[in-house]
Design a binder for this molecule. Structure first.
Ligand SMILES: *Cc1c(COP(=O)(O)O)cnc(C)c1O
Length: 494
């Protein structure tokens, strides 16, 4: 163990101080605080010098893995590089120092950005209008389903309680439908991995509120029968919901609006390069067709007759009688810091370069797939979009599983792909390289994946015991999930 791997509490020494606080600008002292707000005894913090604090946090950050550290091919998550200019713009005082309750007339620039990002997203997706209020993809799904339900109810149709979801769907799809009070009905995939239209047909009747799909689906495959599926669902009176988590390969190529979708969300933290991981921050804008615009949640940015932008429907203000909004899904107007990052990303690329995102991410994924399919089992060999799935090693006799391969990759400095999802195969390894990686990086990853396959055959124990070089070795994942140790005190007690 290195000296600085010690817990900061172990380095503590009575009387040492790692900070200096400014004198209060009002000239008072802490004893001016009312008695009931003052601590009776001092909080037990480690007493260390400033360099010790700096080293503690810097060393902790080095134990982490991020897109800025290395290649992060986590399928379904679109871990593309987050350009640093996004951060600069989001940190500008003009944006960072505003308050969500400021009067509209003092934030015209901010409301203009809200409007402009909404129109860019409409142009990219073929939707008519967007709300930027939801905080994540799953939150967008819930919002979109609330819009769907409000639409049916506005026509006096209360019988539509079912949502059709493919068996390959991301877990948030059925979960969001259930949270929205809708019933989930599953439709099967064909052996080729796309929605089975024959299985879908008998499910369609006047109890169907709509169908949720992502395209390309979670196997990275484009659904070739999407137009027929949309027509079938529409003909029974249902609406089509597009889970936009897989929008990246379509950017600049095809638009969900043109495929027959009525409602969709976008994960700005996936497709539009805002940072994510560890639960946030995120943003899940929801777009709808013209006919559904009125159901988008409040608050909204509206244009007054004097071409002035105004926030309409803030909580606490009386709604107008004809307000059909599907409620309110966030305290204010979403994660504005994330919205700014996505806006910056789109403006930096511009119309011409946005068109290259989809084709390049598709090329990267197919390049890796074709380069590894002789040593990893490729259950569905067709051309993929931005990601694809292997089902473990081609040679299953070595005893090396997908989990072992994922752990061994860490030793070579790569983040693991998504593993054991989708659930359609036992040994799923889902790889998504994105368009921001160079050919050299893709080649290095291919090389390491091939090397692991050789190790599995010649020296399987090395792979079974991996990782060897990470700050902690292989964890007992069940105990880590069931009994997480979240405080240093528990660590010492254990
Ligand atoms: C990531 C993802 C979601 C959920 O999005 P969050 O922003 O994580 O809530 C939904 N569907 C698919 C296919 C995804 O990959």
């Amino acid at each position: 163990m290195k000296y600085y791997d010690k817990l900061i509490f172990e380095l503590s020494s009575e009387g040492r101080q790692g900070f200096s606080l400014p004198q209060p600008s009002y000239g008072g002292t802490t004893s001016d605080l009312p008695e009931n707000l003052r601590r009776a005894s001092s909080v037990s913090l480690p007493q260390v010098s400033e360099p010790d604090v700096v080293r503690h946090y810097t060393n902790l950050s080095n134990m982490n893995f991020g897109v800025d550290t290395g290649f992060y091919p986590l399928g379904s998550c679109t871990m593309k590089y987050n350009p640093k200019i996004n951060e600069e713009v989001a940190a500008m005082p003009a944006f960072k120092d505003i308050h969500p309750l400021q009067p509209s007339r003092t934030i015209q620039g901010v409301l203009t950005i809200y409007k402009e990002l909404s129109s860019s997203l409409s142009a990219i997706t073929g939707m008519s209008a967007f709300t930027l209020n939801p905080f994540a993809g799953a939150h967008g799904e819930l919002t979109g389903l609330m819009v769907m339900r409000s639409y049916h109810r506005s026509r006096g149709d209360f019988a539509r309680v079912k949502v059709i979801v493919p068996d390959s769907a991301h877990g948030t799809n059925p979960a969001s439908a259930a949270v929205c009070g809708l019933e989930v009905v599953q439709v099967k995939s064909t052996p080729q991995g796309t929605v089975d239209v024959e299985d879908l047909k008998p499910l369609l009747d006047d109890s169907v509120a709509g169908m949720m799909m992502t395209n390309p689906n979670t196997l990275g495959l484009f659904e070739p029968e999407i137009k027929e599926i949309a027509a079938l669902v529409h003909s029974c009176g249902g609406l089509m919901y597009y889970d936009g988590a897989n929008l990246n390969p379509l950017v600049g190529v095809v638009r969900p609006g043109d495929m027959g979708f009525d409602i969709m969300h976008i994960n700005l933290h996936k497709t539009f390069s805002t940072p994510h991981g560890g639960g946030g921050p995120g943003s899940g804008p929801v777009g709808v067709t013209k006919a559904l615009e009125a159901f988008l949640p409040n608050p909204k940015v509206v244009v007054t007759p004097e071409s002035y932008l105004k926030v309409y429907g803030r909580s606490g203000r009386p709604a107008e009688d004809d307000d059909m909004a599907a409620g309110q899904v966030s305290g204010f107007m979403g994660n504005f810091g994330v919205i700014l990052r996505a806006y910056t990303y789109i403006l930096m690329l511009g119309r011409e370069n946005v068109r290259k995102v989809g084709p390049l991410s598709t090329l990267s994924a197919n390049y890796i797939k074709e380069s590894l399919k002789d040593c990893y089992h490729l259950p569905i060999p067709s051309v993929c979009k931005h990601e694809f799935v292997f089902d473990g090693l081609e040679d299953k006799s070595t005893g090396v599983t997908t989990l072992d391969i994922a752990k061994r990759l860490l030793d070579y400095g790569f983040h693991a792909p998504t593993i054991y999802f989708p659930l359609l195969f036992h040994q799923s390894i889902m790889i998504e390289p994105t368009e921001t990686e160079s050919k050299e990086t893709l080649d290095a990853f291919i090389d390491v994946m091939r090397r692991i396959a050789v190790e599995a055959a010649e020296n399987p124990q090395t792979v079974l015991d991996a990782p060897h070089s990470t700050p902690v070795r292989r964890l007992d994942e069940t105990t880590a999930a069931r009994h997480p140790i979240l405080s240093y005190k528990n660590l010492i007690e254990e």
